[in-house]
Design a protein around this ligand. Structure first.
Ligand code: NAD
Length: 426
């Protein structure tokens, strides 16, 4: 029995290790492969100086953790946030290995970022910080080696600065075909039509497919979203388009509620000039942050940071579906409470995998010198997500386990097979 009052917030690293060990026990993972997968391949920490607008120099700390590349080049986002540290990067890198494996992509897992709050810096400072970080990472990233993408507080502009810096600092003979060193670029700079909405679309589609298995649809379903950035906005956009009602939104600055539904597009327009904050939006009332997860709704989409649903608040949840747009939003104790209460958790490694699937198509498009239209891209992403959904659903029914356990079994087994077939060098 969990004592909710004394619950201690677990780190994301503990959460992912717990998920890994639980699955390794279930599938009786080969003990040698368990040793390899239980640890990260490379952990890179760089300290680099950047000249600020006022002429002073500030030294930043950046991270890139490469968990595993048995299935292909390392792949994963770069995050700019105060909470970025080596443990967070390790956890997020490990989740990427499972996510790319589950999605059936030829990628491994990595993650990184810089410990900073972007609101403390001007655009030109952020550009110099990004370019200097890219330079400091040097050959630790590369189009066939490790391919970053946007994550919290980074965006297509950040990726454009990285690709430009990378291509400006490699030898001229290699410059013409290295755009795929990052994905999530602006469309004009080698980006993919639809990559902007790919993650949120996947979150929406995963909920829709799950409801279909219960003979239900999205019409008149009430949902709440934590985080109204790239993932939170696009998930809300597609969910409301299919007839669901956005009841409440929470971001880093405010929690908004409207029992008649919040106008997703008006809220997005409100956020635009304020660099992302929902605060001050007139189409909803502001409520206490602590009341958010207990609101009476059908679906919750956490689309912000990790460890948001814990023993401290999971027992308040009334929704029957938790769709993990964010990476690692639910810790072990929070998860147990939700499962005991009959909540279906659509796990992050599937729920938000539309983003990395979109990134795979961007990488392929750049590699092959092709240009695809939006409808072609969305159809490709949808097809892959549907195939993966059905694989997990089959595993859920075959083993009578929850969705996360089923997804982890598939993901870890695929990497295990790769190791068994290849053997361990030398
Ligand atoms: P973003 O920077 O565009 O938006 C983040 C949002 O979270 C903002 O609205 C911010 O205000 C909010 N937020 C930050 N701290 C918060 C807090 N303490 N409480 C409530 N809200 C808070 O980031 P994003 O790209 O939308 O990523 C969101 C999540 O989705 C992350 O966990 C990320 O790892 C995951 N994810 C993103 C992608 C992608 O393609 N961008 C892909 C897969 C997973």
């Amino acid at each position: 029995m969990i004592n909710t009052k004394k619950a201690i917030k677990q780190s994301m690293y503990e959460t992912v290790m717990n998920q890994f060990n639980k699955t390794a026990d279930i599938i009786d993972l080969n003990p040698n492969i368990r040793k390899i997968l239980g640890i990260t391949n490379n952990e890179i920490i760089v300290h680099f100086p950047v000249k600020m607008d006022n002429g002073e120099v500030e030294v930043f700390t950046g991270y890139r953790v490469q968990h595993n590349n048995a299935l292909g080049p390392y792949k994963g986002g770069l995050r700019y946030h105060d909470t970025v540290d080596i443990d967070a990067a390790k956890a997020l890198a490990m989740w990427m290995t499972w996510k790319t494996s589950l999605a059936g992509l030829p990628f491994g897992g990595a993650k990184g970022g810089i410990k900073l709050d972007p609101r403390d810096y001007s655009d030109s400072e952020l550009e110099r910080i990004t370019r200097r970080f890219t330079y400091a990472l040097g050959e630790n990233i590369g189009p066939e080696h490790d391919i970053p993408a946007p994550d919290v507080n980074t965006n297509p502009q950040t990726m454009a600065w990285i690709v430009d810096t990378y291509m400006s600092t490699i030898s001229s003979s290699e410059r013409s075909h290295n755009q795929h060193v990052v994905t999530g670029k602006p469309v004009g700079a080698g980006g993919l039509e639809g990559r902007d909405r790919a993650t949120g679309f996947g979150v929406y589609l995963s909920i829709k497919l799950l409801l279909e298995t219960k003979g239900e649809d999205l019409k008149n379903k009430k949902f709440i979203v934590q985080g109204f950035g790239n993932v939170g906005y696009w998930a809300s956009h597609f969910l409301t388009k299919d007839g669901s009602k956005l009841l409440a939104v929470q971001d880093a600055h405010a929690t908004l509620y409207n029992e008649n539904g919040i106008d997703t597009e008006a809220l997005a327009q409100h956020c635009e000039p304020r660099k992302g904050s929902i605060k001050g939006f007139e189409g909803a009332e502001e409520i206490e942050a602590d009341d958010f997860f207990g609101l009476d709704c059908d679906i919750i989409v956490p689309a912000a940071l990790g460890n948001q649903i814990t023993a401290e608040n999971a027992f308040k949840i009334k929704a029957s579906i938790l769709a993990e747009g964010a990476n690692g939003p639910t810790d072990k104790d929070g998860e147990q409470i939700l499962l005991d209460n009959g909540v279906t958790i659509i796990p992050d490694i599937f729920c938000n995998s539309g983003g990395v699937i979109g990134s795979y198509f961007e990488w392929l498009q750049n590699r092959n010198g092709e240009l695809w239209q939006l409808d072609e891209v969305m159809a490709k992403i949808e097809k892959k997500l549907k195939e993966n959904f059905h694989k997990i659903n089959t595993e859920v029914n075959k083993r009578n386990v929850d969705w996360r356990t089923a997804a982890f079994i598939l993901a870890i087994s695929r990497v295990e097979t790769a190791y068994i077939q290849r053997g361990i060098f030398p």
